[in-house]
Design a protein around this ligand. Sequence first.
Ligand code: ZN
Length: 138
Amino acid sequence: FKLLVMQKIEHIGIAVKSLAQAIPVYEKLLDTPCYKTETVDSEKVNTAFFLTGENKIELLESSDPEGVIARYIDKKGEGLHHVAFAVADIHAEMSRLKAEGFLLLNEAPKKGADNKLVCFVHPKNTHGVLVEICQEIS
Ligand code: ZN
């Protein structure tokens, strides 16, 4: 018996310059309204969420010119930023990934958007994909 650790893709994160511009585009693209916006001060991001069936899309806009999303867009432009996996026990999963040699970008889980504890895995060990693991705060 092996505990299911990576439960599913929880959402896909997309870096945008402007939520004001991107939200109407994604509303048209997905033919569904943005159901929530939320600012995460600790991460210097404004976020907007969409549901397509069971799948969630998170748009990320920097709330600060020096924020990580602003720096990402300066370097790589707008676009796919991270893939987030839901996990049942983020502490256990962080220990497992660390033991497997992945580089975690935070030592402890931090509070992310949408009532989640999150941790990011450095893209250098994942063939270029920034991976987020997240656990719903109960
Ligand atoms: Zn995310």
